[in-house]
Each structure stands twice: as structure tokens, then as C-alpha cells.
Design a protein around this ligand. Structure first.
Ligand SMILES: Cc1cc2nc3c(=O)[nH]c(=O)nc-3n(C[C@H](O)[C@H](O)[C@H](O)COP(=O)(O)O)c2cc1C
Length: 353
């Protein structure tokens, strides 16, 4: 089966095709963004779960870049100690470790947020101002500094958060980037500048990639962005964009986002491409990999069953997300704190007696 085959991004060998995508553990960190014991236990469990790659959750490059007030941060050197423990745990379990770097832009908690263009976000609660060129340069630099900390902490690579409507995503998307300068004319320019700065700061052998929205706002533009940034990125982790319309042909066996990833892979055959969304069973994994993409991201199913990959690889029963109401979507860990368990987790636990 292709899912058990190893895979290389540059010289970095990943033992199989299963990745854990970044998923923020809300309420486990504090206002200072430091790693806690709960974060460590969480990543330890995932690292032992058979995955070839674990991408640590969106981690804020500056304090004002956060999307929540309790998420991990990488804006000061002292934070690397805890993050280094996460990288160590992931490696100890046999997986490779990347970390996602985030600047939330208008879709965060900063009341004085900045975005590509002056615009309201979060249902009008955040009035973001257009970034000056000076602030763009500072933000590029903040990404580079954060990546250097990630490298020092022992990660094998970084992934820029370039989708889901956060800052980089908003530069890509013509609905949120209505600038008339070079960043508006070339909507990939900001991402290219960040990718180049990170490479320059961390060296060629450090893996630098991006999570890209393939519908930004449509597949055509997503594909153009992928081609424009291809010379500067070591991989593309493909997800949904910001305000956008998704699409997949009738009968396509996986989600629209997987379809988008497969289109990018066909156009850029030498680029390592990861796909995500609703890959929730052995059959889904096979169907997604059969489209030609290289890695499958297992999100909520990995929260239900941190050994989802190992169980499939060994032909054992595995847990699945049951797509219940979205209440667990943004808060699975808080549920665990309250001893509430998601239905998928309960079903999986019963299977194991
Ligand atoms: C609790 C939770 C936190 C998430 N945090 C992030 C994140 O930090 N960065 C990111 O790019 N996507 C994040 N996502 C999206 C997931 O990485 C993934 O793309 C999404 O859950 C769809 O995959 P799935 O159907 O396998 O769950 C999060 C999803 C969940 C459920």
C-alpha cells in the first residue's frame, strides 16, 4: 500500500504517508504562549501513533498575531525551551516534526489588527487597518525570527499558515486584498517574501513549506498562487482558503480540498503535496493517495484516535470522527478537561472494550 511507503522532502525522510495537520489546543497554553504539560502529553500520544509527520499547531509569531489568547507562541527566545520539548517528544516517537507559524491578521484577537486592506473581520468585531509597507517588512522579519527559533528548538521544518483567512491567506485572496500597490498586483508576493526570508534565515537544508488555500477564492487563483510560490517552498500542504468557493467534480471520492490538492499535484508533479479534509477511514486514505498526492493529513480522526495511522498500518480497528455537531471542532481539549468525550472517542473506546 502506498500509505506505508516512505517519502522524502528534500533530504528529510518521512517514514510513511500519514501526517497530523496543525490543530490548536485551545485553553492549554496561557496568555504568555508557553508550552504546558498537557501540550507535551498530547504530542507524545500523537508521536507514538504511527504518523510519519506531526505538524505542531498554529503558533503565533508575535503576541498580537494570535488567533486566541491561549495559544502557543514563538515570539520570544524563552519559548523555545518548551517547544523544544515538543520537538523532542515527536522525534522520540519516531515521527518528523514541523511547526506551523501564524500571523492571524484580522481573524485574530488583536483589536488593532492589520490586514492587506482596511476591512472588517469576525462579523465586524475587528476593524483591521491596511498594513503599511513598513509593517509588511516587519512582519516578514517576525516570520523569519520565529522560524529561526523553531530551528533552534529542534524542528525539522516550518509550515507557514497561509490559508483559512489568516494574514497570508488574506494577501492571496482578491476578496480581502484590494491593494493597488505591488502586493495587490501580485497577490503571492507577500508569501514569497516570507518564504524567501525564512529560507535566508534558516539555511537551505531546513524545510520550509506553506499551508495554502486552494480555493482563494477559486481553484483557478489557488493554482496560480501554488505555481507562483513553487520555486520558494519545499512542500505545499493544501487546504481551504479564506472567503472562497470550493469545487470538486461529481463522483470525486474525497473532499473538494483533496480535489484541489490533486489538481495542484498534477500541475506541479515534483512538488510534495499534502491533502486534508475528511480523510477519516482506510478507504479515504487510499482514495486520497490514489489521486496522486503525497501525504494525507488526518485531523479530527487523530484527535479521536491518536494512533489512527498505526492502527491502519497494522490492520487494527481505528477511531473515526463521527461528524457530530461542530461543538468539538474548536474545543476538543476543553471537552476532555471536563471529562466530556466526543461520540467518536466513546465509540472507539467501546470497540477496545
Ligand atoms: C481543534 C482544531 C484546531 C485546528 N487548528 C488548526 C491550526 O492550528 N492550523 C490549521 O492550519 N488548521 C487547523 N485546523 C484545521 C485542521 O488542520 C484540518 O484542516 C481540519 O480539521 C480538516 O481536517 P479533518 O477533516 O481531517 O479534521 C484545526 C482543526 C481543529 C478541529
Amino acid at each position: 500500500m502506498k500509505y506505508e511507503e516512505s517519502f522524502k522532502i528534500k533530504d528529510l525522510e518521512i517514514k510513511n504517508r500519514f501526517a497530523v495537520p496543525p490543530m490548536v489546543c485551545f485553553h492549554w497554553s496561557d496568555d504568555n504562549g508557553y508550552v504546558t504539560e498537557k501540550n507535551l502529553e498530547h504530542y507524545e500520544a500523537l508521536s507514538k501513533g504511527g504518523f510519519g509527520l506531526v505538524i505542531v499547531e498554529a503558533t503565533a509569531i508575535t503576541k498580537r498575531s494570535r488567533l486566541a489568547d491561549t495559544e502557543l507562541g514563538i515570539w520570544e527566545d524563552a519559548q523555545t525551551e518548551g517547544l523544544g520539548k515538543i520537538a523532542y517528544k515527536i522525534h522520540e516517537g519516531g515521527a518528523k516534526a514541523f511547526i506551523q507559524l501564524l500571523c492571524a491578521g484580522g481573524n485574530g484577537i488583536d483589536p488593532n489588527a492589520e490586514a492587506p486592506s482596511t476591512m472588517d473581520y469576525r462579523g465586524g468585531r475587528i476593524h483591521a487597518k491596511e498594513m503599511t509597507k513598513e509593517r509588511i517588512k516587519e512582519t516578514v522579519d517576525d516570520f523569519a525570527k520565529a522560524a529561526v527559533r523553531a530551528k533552534k528548538a529542534g524542528f525539522d521544518g516550518v509550515e507557514l499558515h497561509g490559508c483559512h483567512g489568516y494574514l497570508i491567506s488574506c494577501f492571496f485572496n482578491s476578496r480581502t486584498n484590494i491593494r493597488t500597490d505591488e502586493y495587490g498586483e501580485n497577490k503571492s508576493l507577500f508569501a514569497i517574501e516570507v518564504l524567501k526570508a525564512v529560507k535566508e534565515a534558516c539555511g537551505e537544508d531546513f524545510i520550509v513549506g506553506i499551508r495554502l488555500g486552494v480555493f482563494e477564492p477559486h481553484l483557478e487563483e489557488g493554482l496560480e498562487h501554488a505555481k507562483a510560490i513553487a520555486p520558494y517552498t519545499d512542500f505545499l500542504d493544501v487546504s481551504y482558503g479564506g472567503p472562497s468557493e470550493g469545487y470538486a467534480p461529481e463522483g470525486f471520492p474525497c473532499s473538494e480540498a483533496v480535489y484541489g490538492a490533486s489538481v495542484i499535484k498534477k500541475e506541479l508533479p515534483d512538488m510534495p503535496v499534502f491533502a486534508v479534509h475528511n480523510i477519516n477511514s482506510r478507504e479515504d486514505v487510499i482514495n486520497a493517495l490514489d489521486t496522486g498526492i503525497d501525504m494525507v493529513d488526518i485531523g479530527k480522526a487523530a484527535l479521536v484516535d491518536p494512533s489512527f495511522a498505526g492502527h491502519i498500518l497494522r490492520g487494527e480497528p481505528y477511531g473515526q470522527c463521527l461528524h457530530c455537531k461542530n461543538f468539538c471542532r474548536w474545543n476538543p481539549n476543553e471537552m476532555a478537561d471536563k471529562d466530556l468525550k466526543c461520540p467518536g472517542f466513546i465509540k472507539f473506546s467501546r470497540m477496545h472494550g
